[in-house]
Unconditional design. Structure first.
Length: 452
């Protein structure tokens, strides 16, 4: 049984696609109204907050945060058109302070004539603090409506002063269904391939939708590529599944080693190991490797996990982590993936204790409260006679001279002498260390009582 096909209804049998010349398909199919925008129903659906603001012409400065190809620029243009405002498209990649001032002067002129100006700043996260601050006075006095677009978390990449004056709207990656509707519209709309009688199977469209990873621009660019590589005949343009597969090549994973997704994936790996889920841990590890991550970086994070989340519950975890790092260093990719997997699975299955992490956090907090707590005289170094005269090292007890190989000597500053930073758990081998530590603390307390 043949796969059903989608065919545009308007014929153009000239032998060349009617839209082969001119702008790329993604530009031709750019939505001109809210109803044409794919996805974002949580913001633009009937009665939703952003749609109400746009329809009431009460939009203020805002930041659109979302992955590439979800319509950030398109939405800003639709807002400008809908609100009858002057639209200035501004790139953070190619512009500096001088260009910002020129744009602000133009906005001031528009305001003098009663016209609003929407300044759209693509990749606003690329602006430094001074450049972002240059917008502040104009946003505050209403000379412009600033709409920034970013693929990075604005909490970290946009100055707090500017961010506090903007409403942040999170745009989501388009669903597979959203992409499919977009592709089918491009095949029937005269702005796209509506005059070319393109025959393409639902299977091929589905493959393009999957390949796009929620990116509308990528989906349309891919569709344009496969159509332009289709077989042209007097019947129209036929795009076979085989030709589509050839054009798609190997799917690129969404992974930015310098951006937020980098930290999302390492967080997923860490938390999967912490939750004793080796399947998820191996998956996230491979997502990072397939995306081009340095295996040594992953090995370092696994080694950190060995102390932070396993600790003395399984001291061998540290050895496994070090061995995995060395294996990655010696062998490299792709062969070291199995060594990393072994370490990741070991960490996932190991007994867990965060006592080491809590110990350093509590000690750090104590230091911040009293950063200059003096070292007790008894354990100070006394290399000179002057220091000895000042009682440095006076009364020091060398533990190896005693039968128990320890003493009740105070080693913490006076203000912290009764503090405990290490709180062992009962997990795995740490239960043995807990028992040993309790015996040590009890013995020392008894010795101190006797010496009072």
């Amino acid at each position: 049984m043949e796969e059903p096909t989608l065919m545009s209804s308007v014929e153009n049998l000239t032998g060349e696609p009617a839209s082969a010349a001119g702008q790329p398909l993604a530009a031709r199919m750019r939505p001109s109204s809210l109803d044409e925008i794919a996805g974002q129903g949580h913001l633009l659906g009937p009665g939703k907050v952003l749609r109400r603001l746009i329809e009431a012409d009460t939009v203020g400065s805002m930041i659109f945060w979302g992955p590439p190809g979800v319509g950030k620029t398109t939405l800003a243009r639709v807002i400008a058109q809908r609100t009858r405002a002057s639209f200035i498209d501004f790139s953070a990649v190619t512009s500096g302070i001088r260009e910002i001032r020129q744009v602000m002067m133009k906005a001031e002129e528009n305001r003098a004539y009663g016209q609003r100006t929407i300044v759209f700043v693509d990749e606003i996260h690329r602006f430094n603090k001074a450049q972002q601050d240059a917008f502040l006075p104009f946003v505050e006095k209403g000379s412009i409506v600033l709409i920034g677009a970013t693929t990075e978390n604005p909490s970290f990449e946009v100055n707090s002063a500017l961010l506090s004056r903007c409403k942040v709207f999170v745009l989501q990656a388009l669903s597979r269904e959203d992409i499919l509707r977009l592709l089918k519209r491009a095949l029937t709309d005269e702005r796209g391939f509506g005059k070319d009688r393109v025959a393409i199977s639902e299977r091929a469209l589905g493959a393009i939708a999957d390949f796009s990873n929620g990116d509308a621009r990528s989906a349309l660019s891919t569709l344009e590529m496969v159509v332009l590589n289709g077989e042209v005949s007097e019947k129209g343009i036929e795009v076979t599944d085989e030709r589509t597969a050839q054009c798609l090549s190997r799917k690129s994973l969404m992974y930015d080693k310098d951006g937020e997704e980098h930290y999302n994936l390492i967080s997923a790996l860490h938390k999967s190991m912490r939750n004793s889920d080796p399947d998820a841990a191996v998956y996230w590890m491979m997502r990072m490797l397939e995306g081009g991550e340095d295996p040594l970086y992953i090995a370092r994070r696994v080694l950190r996990f060995a102390a932070e989340d396993v600790g003395l519950a399984d001291p061998r975890a540290m050895e496994v982590g070090v061995a995995a790092y060395q294996a990655c260093h010696f062998i490299g990719v792709p062969e070291c993936n199995v060594h990393l997997a072994e370490a990741v699975v070991y960490m996932s299955l190991a007994s867990k204790s965060n006592a080491m992490e809590m110990a350093v956090m509590e000690a750090g907090e104590a230091i911040r409260k009293e950063p200059d707590a003096p070292v007790p005289l008894v354990i100070r170094n006394a290399p000179t006679q002057l220091m000895k005269n000042l009682d440095y090292g006076k009364g020091y007890q060398y533990a190896h001279d005693y039968a128990e190989k320890m003493t009740a000597m105070q080693c913490l500053p006076d203000g912290l002498k009764d503090r405990h930073f290490y709180h062992p758990t009962t997990q795995g081998q740490e239960a043995r260390y807990k028992e040993r530590l309790e015996q040590i603390r009890a013995w020392k307390e008894e010795q101190r009582k006797q010496n009072r």
